[in-house]
Design a protein around this ligand. Structure first.
Ligand code: G6P
Length: 468
């Protein structure tokens, strides 16, 4: 590059030589009125405000300052000058890019009357689900532009591959069970980082569903892109508007859960389940089964509000058990992923070792860990798995475990002899994760608070993991 090149040309020439992920803003003392921004793997966005520009890696700083913003794509470069913004493709050609609404209120950027964001976001779940369903579920009918796009592109998918990381993977495991039960479409779920190491057969009828709160998780993006390269149609279930995943998929459904600030996912997780429930119903044939499911889904926010009220009862459990270093979480069927999620939350926020397992697997090894006093949390609604859960409860109880049973009270035998019982409203079998998850969020929350941890910013973790 010739000496004396402009800031813009210098960046254009240098960017292809950079390695790794970044969102960058470059300035030069020679051109103090100019700013160049670019991204690869990490978000960077810009909004115009009176007297200049705000550049950020998230939309939250724009709240109260700007109505709309531009979210850059990977490899693009934008040159900002007073009153003008030019977006260039990686080769320097100019691009016309639309702005997106900031969509964040100032109130979203503080915990308000709550002690922290996690408490606020747990409380917000009924509202988040209402927002996710609003306009999409009307009088037992589903209206989703994303699902219409899929229908036009491939009709009914032959096969669905769901992918995501962390809580999003757990939501995918739940969504797959809903899709198979309602729509009868073979559905598999893979942790995104592992999906890339497999050689999954992909046909033109394969639909890849990538689930992500941030829409920026590197492993999820790469797994989705790999299946797209092989010919799959891609669908994003994403919270953050205009994120990389939202931009790169063929179609999608935004969660509309509102900004999630706490590092450990709460309201985005339940909104992901609700969005996947809509997808499952949308793919299923019309009939009584679908109508019953959709009516139950419409009523779910009320049941979730009652689940949020379990806080005091759960806090008492946390007070008794916070000193325990090791925990087991067990569930069956649609609540097996909820057991995984309960264990993940406890690890993330409370720094306690916890394992989530399909309940029957406990006898294939982990039973050796069960000793008097070990906390075993059993997610056990009164569904077709209840009879088998009774056996699991008896098994761990016989070894002296401290049992915490999360149930709905319809099958009274599930609560007999339990050390602690958390009672929830009874809901549709396939939708129970939307309520059973909530006391588990409170359990990790209160355990962490008792132990003095920062629930919003747990050690070593990031809200959005943009490295592979
Ligand atoms: C991080 C967060 C988790 C989240 C996961 C996936 O590890 O701490 O709470 O579940 O990323 O994030 P995503 O934004 O893709 O849903």
């Amino acid at each position: 590059m010739a000496a004396g090149a402009s800031l813009h040309d210098a960046c254009l020439a240098t960017l292809p030589t950079l390695r790794g992920t970044f969102g960058l803003a470059a300035i030069s003392p020679l051109e103090p009125e100019k700013l160049v921004i670019a991204r690869r793997g990490s978000p960077i966005m810009v909004a115009e405000v009176a007297g200049g520009w705000i550049v950020a890696s998230d939309r939250a700083p724009f709240a109260g300052h700007a109505e709309s913003c531009l979210s850059l794509h990977d490899h693009e470069l934008a040159l900002l000058e007073p009153g003008s913004m030019k977006v260039n493709s990686p080769t320097g050609g100019s691009l016309a890019r639309g702005l997106v609404a900031v969509g964040i209120d100032l109130a979203d950027t503080t915990p308000g009357s709550f002690p922290n964001f996690m408490a606020k976001e747990i409380h917000e779940q009924p509202l988040a689900i209402r927002r996710c369903l609003a306009g999409r579920l009307v009088a037992d009918q589903i209206h989703s532009a994303g699902m219409r796009t899929i229908d036009e592109a491939i009709g009914t998918p032959e096969r669905i591959v769901i992918t995501g990381c962390g809580s999003a993977w757990h939501a995918g495991l739940i969504g797959a069970q809903m899709i198979e039960s309602l729509a009868g479409i073979p559905t598999e779920v893979h942790v995104a980082s592992e999906l890339r190491h497999r050689e999954i057969p992909v046909s033109p009828g394969t639909l890849c569903v990538a689930v992500s709160q941030s829409g920026e998780t590197a492993d999820t993006l790469e797994a989705m892109r790999e299946l797209a390269r092989q010919g799959a149609t891609t669908f994003g279930v994403v919270n953050v508007v205009a994120s990389a995943l939202a931009q790169d998929t063929d179609a999608g459904m935004y969660l509309h859960a509102g900004p999630e600030v706490g590092v450990a996912s709460t309201k985005a997780f339940t909104a992901q389940i609700a969005a996947l429930a809509l997808m499952a119903a949308s793919l299923s044939p019309a009939g009584a089964k679908r109508t019953e499911f959709l009516r139950s889904l419409a009523n779910l926010p009320d049941a979730m509000a009652r689940a949020v009220e379990t806080e005091t009862a759960v806090r008492r459990v946390a007070e008794r058990l916070a000193g325990e270093e090791n925990w087991l979480f067990l569930g069956r069927g649609i609540n097996w992923p909820v057991a995984l999620e309960g264990a993940l939350k406890l690890k993330e926020i409370s720094y306690r070792h916890a394992e989530g397992l399909p309940a029957a697997e406990v006898k294939h090894g982990p039973l050796a860990l069960v000793r008097p006093g070990l906390p075993v949390v059993l997610v056990a609604p009164s569904d077709h798995t209840a009879e088998k859960m009774l056996g699991t409860i008896a098994e761990v109880k016989a070894r002296g475990a401290h049992t915490v049973v999360i149930t709905d009270g319809v099958e009274p035998r599930l609560t007999r002899g339990a050390d602690d019982v958390i009672l929830l409203p009874a809901v549709h079998r396939l939708l129970s994760p939307l309520v059973t998850t909530i006391p588990l969020q409170w359990l990790s929350y209160h355990t962490a608070r008792i132990l003095g941890h920062d629930v919003d910013r747990p050690r070593n973790l990031a809200k959005s993991v943009t490295v592979e």
